[in-house]
Every structure is written in C-alpha cells, then in structure tokens.
Design a protein around this ligand. Structure first.
Ligand code: OFO
Length: 165
C-alpha cells in the first residue's frame, strides 16, 4: 500500500511524464512543419515513449492501492529558433526529469518504501540512456553547425534511431 506522500510524489511524476510527452509532440510538429522529416519522426516516437513512462506510473500507483491522477498540464514551447535550440531544450528537459526521478528515489528511501524504490530503478536507467542520447545528438548538431548538407544527412540518420529504438 502506498503512503499518501509517495502517492502524491508519484502523481507529480505522472504530470511530468505527460508534460514531457506534450513537449516532444510540439517539437515533432515544429520539425515536421519545417520539413525536417527524420527529426520529426524521432520526436514523435520520443513523445510516445514519454506517454508509456506515464502509463507505467499510472499502473503502478493503481496496483499499489493508490489512485493515479490525470492533471492539468502546462503548455509546452511550440516554436524554436533553430533545430539546435530544440535539441538543447530536449537535453535540458531530460536533465530536469532525471532530477525529479532522483528526488522520488530519495523520498522512497526515506519512507522505506522498497517496492517503489525498486520500481523506480527502471526510470533511473531510462534517464541515463535518454540523457546520453540527447547529449550525443547535441554533439552531432554542434558539429554540423550551418552546413546544409550535414543537416540533410543528420535528418536522414536520426530517422534510423527511431526505427531501431
Ligand atoms: Fe525521458 O522522461 Fe520519461 O522518464
């Protein structure tokens, strides 16, 4: 059975995952409108993944005798000055999510809720992967700079990441 404070903290994370999904959906749409097909499909699949992260929390809370909440969401950024700025936001956002997961892990240990602690380990690993991926992408984007040919190839290659993930 979840304590009220753990339930509230997990529900807060549901909102963060839902907001992540919406933020990445907005990025996908922006990229699609700009004609960046590969970046766009990559971001659509990131958005889907965040929704799955949210659903996993929903199931866990309900299974443990709590009540998952669907809350109001903050509106995401819908426009970006460049695709580089967009990927900077992506990394920034993933770092924010990792901090939030760390805080949850901390709370679960404080309350000696080892079931929740164990459940959260999946998120800890996921965040390591997602942050690493966002950093790798950003390094590539920085390398490309203003090179249009580079952007063309990058947009094609990032589509592969979507297919393989
Ligand atoms: Fe990448 O944010 Fe979910 O966990």
């Amino acid at each position: 059975m979840l304590s009220k404070s753990i339930e509230a903290a997990l529900n807060k994370q549901i909102r963060i995952e839902a907001e992540s999904s919406q933020a990445y959906l907005a990025m996908a749409i922006w990229a699609e409108v700009k004609g960046l097909e590969g970046i766009s499909s990559f971001m659509y699949s990131q958005s889907d993944e965040e929704r799955e992260h949210m659903l996993k929390l929903v199931k866990f809370i309900n299974e443990r005798g709590g009540h998952a909440h669907v809350s109001e969401l903050n509106a995401p950024n819908v426009t970006f000055t460049s695709y580089k700025a967009m990927f900077e936001k992506l990394l920034e956002h993933e770092i924010f999510v990792s901090e939030s997961i760390n805080e949850l892990v901390h709370i679960s240990l404080q309350e000696k809720d080892y079931a929740t602690h164990n459940f959260l380990q999946w998120y800890v690993s996921e965040q390591i992967e997602e942050e690493a991926m966002a950093r790798t992408i950003l390094d590539k984007v920085k390398m490309i700079g203003d090179d249009k040919g580079g952007l063309y190839l990058f947009d094609r290659d990032i589509q592969q990441l979507t297919v393989n993930s």
